[in-house]
Ligand binder design. Sequence first.
Ligand SMILES: C[S@@+](CC[C@H](N)C(=O)[O-])C[C@H]1O[C@@H](n2cnc3c(N)ncnc32)[C@H](O)[C@@H]1O
Length: 474
Amino acid sequence: MGGRGGDRGGVMITTAGVARFRAVLADTLGWAFDDKDAGQLAQVLLRRADATGLERGEYLARLAAGDWEPELGTLAEELTINETYFFRHGEQFRVLADVALPERVRARSAQRVLRLLSVGCSSGEEAYTLAIVARQVQPDPDWIVSVLGVDASLAVLRRAQTARYSAWSLRETPDAVRERWFHPHDGQYEVDARIRAAVRFLRHNVAGDDEDLWRPGQYDVVFCRNLLMYLTPEARDTLIRRMTGALSPGGYLFLGHTDSLGSDPDGLEPQQSRHTFFYRRQSGHPAPATPPRIAPPRPAPAAAQPAPRRHVDGPYERAMRLLREERFAEALTVVEAGPAGRVVPRELLLHSVLLAQSGRLEDAEIVCRRLLDVDGLYADAHHQLAVCLEGGAAVDVAVGHYRLAAHLDPDFAMPRLRLGLLARRRGERERAADELGRAQVLLKYEREDRIAMFGGGFGRVALTALCRAEGAPR
Ligand SMILES: C[S@@+](CC[C@H](N)C(=O)[O-])C[C@H]1O[C@@H](n2cnc3c(N)ncnc32)[C@H](O)[C@@H]1O
């Protein structure tokens, strides 16, 4: 007979039952518990089995299947500490504002976007703090700042969505920040709409995968504080590899004070500034490999059938793939390795986009003008020329080319989006709302290659949310 793991209301649970619960939590949520937690685990197991109307064995079997998302969220709520507040560990946010973000602003000057991620964001204070700091650092209002907060618990994410907090949550928030970015509301503080518009929340359990979330090279800054300490070594290592891979080369990772990656983490350089410790993704270091997924078994090919011819990607497809992964320098090398003097419009367009993404706006403009010599009615080329001109401060001329692009292809969402953002910047509210409204509708059907080339690293959903947020009256 097994030992006793816990007692509630006279019902006893065996040590074996608690051990099974521990193993299931390690598999499904990546959590590590030690023997001292047995009592608490036994209570939670009893309570949750009762609440779901299942026998304890059935409850554990259903949980072990791994696809019971609402229950996993409830357990995340019950078994982790969700405590957090704005500007927690303020020195990290000072380093973010004074060291990390100015460097990322330089690196992103061609794209004018900053992407930040808060992993284990709890009720949202960390994600909103990131957006406030980024907003204060961004060089001009035309930059796009996007913060994504992820957590396994739906309950905390719902609180995050309301964006209303008690004075206690703002206990470390500087007065000037409180006055500027929070509004008193029914005895609480509401986060300013401009900050809310920059922040999105997503339910994600770090023990599972999500290709979009961990797409290589996309984030400028990742915060993952006070979560690693709950995880098993395997879940922790996988998460660290994913976060490292998803950072841009030169991007920054901030952990909690008690989290550490050891002295020589793969792909990351430890850094120190103002008594604050953080990590930087090494440039030129390949993303650390994540464990391969197990592929489903493939049916054996019928013996009599000839083997299908494998399609081999050409330089254009390879460069597009690298562009989607934001590996601009490598994509540029692929494009420039092709035969000189070739005049294929889509290749010239991609060449110009990659030059612009690498900060070589003048070269990008030259290539784009060459393309327009060949095909003066190519809508994408007019859009691209406008991007070059806007970056070089010839904004009025850029507006003309965006308009021409939209005229030449009425289904093209991206020039509408840029025209809307420019109008917003100039304070032309009606025009901004009109252009962004049209962009929002057209984005549903926008071609994927256009989103990859002109979306600044954002996907369709994020661009649609941006149109909605920027087009809304203020
Ligand atoms: C202590 S809070 C950290 C909040 C914030 N990062 C901070 O440091 O102030 C830890 C958060 O991690 C979340 N969490 C725990 N396990 C998780 C998992 N497997 N996947 C995603 N989030 C998880 C919890 O729901 C909780 O909100």
